[in-house]
Write a protein that binds this ligand. Structure first.
Ligand code: PHE
Length: 329
């Protein structure tokens, strides 16, 4: 009897060595430790033994059961752990693979900031086409056929009457054609000029046009608005000046210069764009009563504003799409 018990114990331990996965382990449990398992049955047989054999047999059977159960539990633990490890091959504490997220281009950022500043001052936003006709780009803006700015060298012509707009001022005409005063708009957009490309010139750039028309509008309104804008965009202390100028569509006209320091701290006057009081000839062209209404307009270069604000020294950087540049903004 005792030898039988010993054999069951040995077999059980040997069998356990063959178990390598949870399914086999469960089969093993049923075979030896389950209700009808060999070890359970072995214990059951003790009750039927003659009383003098019981203590010794009982001791042995319990020892075997303990050993086998302990070995079984140990293996169960190891199997569960190794299973867990295969599932957790991904170490969640490792740094992830960076995903490149796009961002708003610095010109668009500048544009959004400009629109916000003018939005706060009560300006609506207007847009016009980049492919324009001569009427809107020139004629209605008081630029007759002989005006030097109409020279084909200054414009990209598509056919005799069609061109890529050379400024955003044609949007003024489009707005005036379908809006009765009072008018208070800004018009941002791309403009095109066949300039030789260098650090400050590009054949395509952006302008922000403004147009205000109402009864009794004067140059004081224009000056106040421009000053408020410059101080909001560049900071309260920023110095600027009007410099007398000429545009066919404004009279009087001025250039707006800003006094700004470059990286080394050297200050200089930089031209931001033109402005002036709307010429009565322009009002006549769009059928607005120039006796009743007055107005002012400006057109600023957006790249120029951004270059000065962020100390960018080459306009070409905006359009090269070099991420090392773009990611700085
Ligand atoms: N359109 C002019 C330019 O491109 C700028 C301007 C706009 C001047 C409005 C006066 C009024 O240079």
């Amino acid at each position: 009897m005792l030898e039988q018990f010993e054999k069951i114990g040995k077999d059980a331990l040997a069998d356990l060595k063959k178990v390598t996965d949870p399914t086999a382990l469960e089969d093993y449990r049923i075979k030896y430790l389950g209700r009808k398992g060999q070890i359970t049955q072995m214990l059951g047989r003790i009750g039927k033994l003659p009383p003098e054999q019981k203590p010794q047999a009982g001791q042995l059977a319990n020892k075997i059961k303990k050993e086998v159960t302990a070995a079984f539990e140990q293996l169960k633990k190891t199997l569960l752990q190794s299973q867990g490890q295969t599932r957790e091959l991904i170490d969640v504490t490792l740094p992830g693979i960076p995903v490149n997220i796009g961002k708003t281009h610095v010109i668009t950022q500048t544009l959004n900031e400009l629109l916000e500043i003018f939005g706060r001052m009560g300006f609506a936003v207007a847009y016009g086409p980049e492919v324009e006709d001569e009427w809107h780009n020139f004629v209605a803006l008081n630029m007759g056929p002989d005006h030097p700015a109409r020279d084909p060298f200054d414009c990209f012509y598509i056919d005799d009457n069609t061109l890529l707009r050379s400024h955003t001022s044609p949007v003024q005409i489009r707005v005036m054609e379908h809006t009765k005063p009072p008018i208070r708009i800004v018009a941002p957009g791309r403009v095109y000029r066949p300039d030789t490309v260098d650090a400050t010139h590009m054949y395509m750039f952006h302008q922000l046009e403004a147009l205000v028309i109402d009864e009794g509008v004067s140059m004081v309104d224009m000056k106040t608005t421009i000053e408020q804008f410059i101080h909001a965009f560049f900071g309260p202390g920023t110095k600027w000046r009007f410099r007398p100028s000429f545009f066919p569509f404004t009279e009087p006209s001025a250039e707006v210069d800003l006094l700004l320091a470059d990286k080394s701290g050297k200050e200089s006057w930089v031209e931001m764009g033109g402005c002036g009081m709307v010429d009565p000839n322009v009002f006549d062209a769009v059928g607005i009563d120039s006796e009743k209404y007055t107005g002012w307009a400006f057109g600023f270069g957006i790249e120029r504003l951004a270059m000065r604000k962020y100390s960018i020294t080459d306009i070409r950087l905006f359009f090269e799409n070099d991420l090392r540049f773009l990611e700085q903004f």
